[in-house]
Design a protein around this ligand. Structure first.
Ligand SMILES: Cc1ncc(C[n+]2csc(CCOP(=O)(O)OP(=O)(O)O)c2C)c(N)n1
Ligand SMILES: [Mg+2]
Length: 370
């Protein structure tokens, strides 16, 4: 088949193209970005109040956001040093979504089902970086005690259920957990994530439909980071927004600027409160941009550079810093100290994980079922 000429008009619904490799210099992504921009209200207003957040919460959310970026940056370093078992899937540029979502839940009662890019949710839900590093390095101290190298990490003691790799499959499981807790008479919420790519899987539809019919206390966060591996969203769905599907399920759906951690918190917390109070499930589409490759072995050469530059201006850390400075919640001097302390904490956590033992070989197959 002849390759489309650069600049050729691609066919398809709403400007979508069938073969993304034929995109003329990112024109279609740019058009889509304009559509997305129109969806995102300007949220850099100083002294804007976000939900029930207190001054301490604003600062704590910033600390968790900054920590997530720095924890991940050091994972890359360990990966390049050959100390990591398996792949490393970073959330650079999208951290605010996982961090704010985990923070919206009740750590003592709710259930969290993170996906491969949601390290920040583990931490904002109370997990120690040491445990995460131990997991990535295959140590006995990791949540799977060295059984799995990377993202498939459950910690039952914290009600964190690790993903399995099949995209979408965690949605029905998380819905089932929500219903199960309700049957036990508990006011508990379960929350999981899915990517823009995973949102096209059958389990997504089945899980959401079931959640709606059962009125489950469940929240789904769609992390729309514009790409599923190398496939851009223009080649993934014809609708302007994934969230339009909520109408079909008969449940509330909201779009949020995924690069504003406080806005994500406000939106997710509202959904969590509604679920807890018997109001049923909610879908949230958090719009963002994946700023690294699919995983650290991928240089994401297929992403137009101008798209990345545009999204770099929306960096969630810079946005939060600006908000904190303008609102007076955390001025630069105090912020730099907080950042310095956070780095020292992370380095100590890495040291502890690195010094911790590998699993005992005599215990290799305990807790392994397949
Ligand atoms: C059912 C299924 N199909 C394909 C894959 C391989 N795969 C793993 S991650 C990924 C990309 C997922 O993209 P998206 O859902 O947008 O999430 P993102 O990685 O962008 O956060 C693919 C294709 C898989 N794990 N499961
Ligand atoms: Mg994606």
């Amino acid at each position: 088949m002849a390759k489309a000429k650069t600049g050729a008009t691609a066919n398809g619904v709403n400007g979508a193209v069938a073969h993304h490799e034929n995109l003329p210099a990112g024109v279609f992504q740019q058009n889509h970005l304009k559509k997305l921009d129109a969806l995102l209200p300007e949220l850099d207003i100083p002294n804007r109040k976000y939900g029930d957040l207190t001054k301490d919460d604003y600062i704590e959310l910033y600390r968790l956001l900054y920590m997530t970026r720095e924890v991940e940056a050091r994972l890359t370093r360990l990966y390049r040093q050959g100390k990591i078992v398996g792949g490393v899937y970073l959330s650079k540029g999208t951290e605010a979504i996982a961090v704010a979502s985990g923070y919206s839940l009740n750590r003592d009662t709710d259930w969290l089902f993170p996906m491969h890019r949601d390290l920040g949710a583990h931490m904002s839900f109370g997990q120690r970086p040491m445990k995460l590093y131990a997991q990535y390095m295959g140590r006995a101290a990791g949540p799977t005690r060295g059984r799995d190298g990377n993202t498939h990490m459950s910690d039952k003691s914290r009600r964190i259920v690790g993903m399995i790799s099949h995209l979408g499959s965690m949605i029905p499981v998380a819905v089932g957990a929500a219903i199960g807790c309700r049957m036990q008479g508990k006011k508990v919420v379960s929350l999981t994530f899915i990517g823009d790519g995973g949102a096209s899987i059958g389990d997504f539809h089945e899980g959401l439909n079931f959640a709606a019919v059962a009125h489950a206390p469940f929240v789904l966060i769609i992390e729309n980071n514009q790409y599923a591996y190398s496939t851009p969203i223009v080649a993934q769905y014809g609708a302007a927004k994934i969230i339009d599907r909520a109408i079909g399920y008969g449940i509330p759906g909201e779009v949020v600027d995924g690069n504003n951690i406080y806005a994500v918190y406000e939106t997710v917390k509202k959904a969590v409160d509604r679920a807890r109070n018997g109001g049923g499930p909610t879908m949230i589409e958090a719009v963002t941009m994946r700023m690294r490759g699919h995983s650290e072995h991928d240089d994401h050469f297929y992403v137009p550079k101008d798209l990345l530059e545009k999204w770099a201006e929306r960096d969630p850390i810079l946005r939060a810093q600006r908000f904190l400075e303008k609102s007076g919640h955390l001025k630069e001097k105090a912020r730099l100290k907080l950042e310095e302390d956070t780095i020292a904490f992370i380095e100590a956590e890495i040291e502890e994980a690195s010094a911790s033992p590998m699993p005992d070989t005599g215990d290799l197959v305990s807790s392994v079922y397949a």
